[in-house]
Design a protein. Structure first.
Length: 83
């Protein structure tokens, strides 16, 4: 995944219309996250689990930070009969 002597640059892209966010490292798409826990799991699967997801300078949070998951959080908070 690039130069092993240089730390990876991870980008969590702005939320899509459904609230999900693409996670990339360089040109490689690592996965699609619907929640902060998904970002942690995506990085773990890419052997990048030593990164502190919420505080690392290696992660570029675009379109909002680790607590910003518009669309999905509102949907999950509603009861099924309210949807």
């Amino acid at each position: 995944m690039g130069d092993p002597t240089r730390p990876p640059h991870i980008v969590v892209h702005p939320p899509a219309l459904d609230g999900s966010r693409r996670v990339t490292s360089g040109d490689a798409v690592l996965g699609l996250a619907s929640h902060l826990d998904d970002v942690v799991e995506i990085l773990r699967m890419a052997d990048l689990d030593r990164i502190e997801v919420e505080e690392s300078d290696l992660i570029d949070w675009q379109g909002g930070g680790p607590d910003d998951w518009p669309g999905l959080s509102e949907e999950h908070e509603r009861l099924p009969e309210e949807r």
